[in-house]
Ligand binder design. Structure first.
Ligand code: ZN
Length: 308
């Protein structure tokens, strides 16, 4: 049986599937809902929006900022007493083993973001399998820990490639966080489940990026660019609504380059890309510190798999 035969047919990423039990929701010692803090570990030149401007072959010639930025984030998490999940590119781990070792030594979850940020929906199943296998093994060898989690580059699991969930399970991943149930020009599947589910009844758990519903519509509530572009109070209101009204934990994500206003500027990109990438970089660090204090946080595996 092929992988594609075992899961939902194309066009139904979130169904059929079975919802994760609500009893899995965890609370902090002071009774707050534990939300999942995650970082997608890639450098400023690896983002999808720059893919048409910066060739993969040029990456090694560009000044890296990820070492400085991830160390800054690790300092911030240590100060706040928070453990997070780092979805890490194999490409980064290979060049910065010290980052991986520090993440693990300080109690964070090491997880996979694929090898070099190739979109999963641009890969054939066997190329996808080779990518996620290589990355998992490399991270596990380097970190000395099991890698359970995966996040597809640019949330690129959706109606075009639901077979990816079966491949992830076969390769030993226990959860994925690769779907975003919103409408966006680079990703999104508004028909997908908004809460964690087992695609096609597989053991693998998909934890979609968090959305909030207002007037029957899904709005993004997972961090990323929206967190930088919108006033902090809106992000906080939305996340509180998900915790309090829906009784669900949120998944928050951001990138190391978002706390780095000094990163080299990419010339020749369109206004929308420039606006999304560079707006409020200088405000991000203080905004994150407020966020870390205003909500309770933990690693993805502990929030959603009940790992200890
Ligand atoms: Zn990414």
């Amino acid at each position: 049986m092929t992988a594609s035969a075992r899961v939902a047919p194309a066009g139904s990423t979130g169904s059929p599937g079975s919802a994760a039990p609500r009893s899995a929701i965890r609370k902090s010692a002071d009774g707050r809902t534990l939300n999942a803090m995650s970082v997608d570990v890639e450098d400023y030149f690896q983002v999808q929006a720059f893919a048409g401007h910066i060739a993969r072959g040029d990456w090694d010639a560009l000044p890296c900022r990820v070492d400085r930025n991830v160390n800054l984030l690790l300092d911030m998490f240590a100060e706040a007493g928070i453990k997070a999940t780092f979805f890490t590119l194999g490409w980064i781990a290979e060049r910065y083993p010290g980052l991986v070792k520090r993440m693990v030594a300080e109690g964070h979850e090491l997880a996979s973001h694929g090898w070099d940020h190739t979109r999963a929906d641009s890969q054939e199943p066997e190329a996808f399998r080779a990518d996620i296998r290589k990355t998992k093994r490399f991270l596990e060898d380097m970190g000395g820990v099991a890698v359970s989690g995966y996040r597809a580059a640019t949330f690129s699991i959706g109606p075009k490639n639901p077979w990816a969930f079966a491949v992830l399970g076969e390769e030993g991943y226990r959860y994925s966080s690769s779907l975003y149930p919103i409408k966006h020009d680079l990703y999104g599947d508004t028909s997908a489940s908004r809460t964690p589910f087992h695609p096609g009844g597989l053991p693998l758990l998909e934890v979609p990026m968090t959305t909030v519903q207002w007037f029957g519509r899904n709005f993004p509530c997972s961090g990323g660019g929206y967190f930088r572009l919108l006033p902090y109070a809106i992000s906080r209101l939305n996340m509180r609504r998900v915790n309090a009204h829906e009784g669900q934990p949120c998944v928050f994500y951001f990138h190391p380059w978002e706390v780095d206003p000094e990163q080299p500027r990419q010339l020749g990109v369109d206004f929308r890309t420039r606006f999304r990438h560079y707006t409020n970089l200088g405000r991000m660090q203080s905004r994150l510190m407020r966020l870390l204090a205003d909500f309770a946080w933990d690693r993805m595996d502990r929030v959603f798999l009940g790992a200890s």
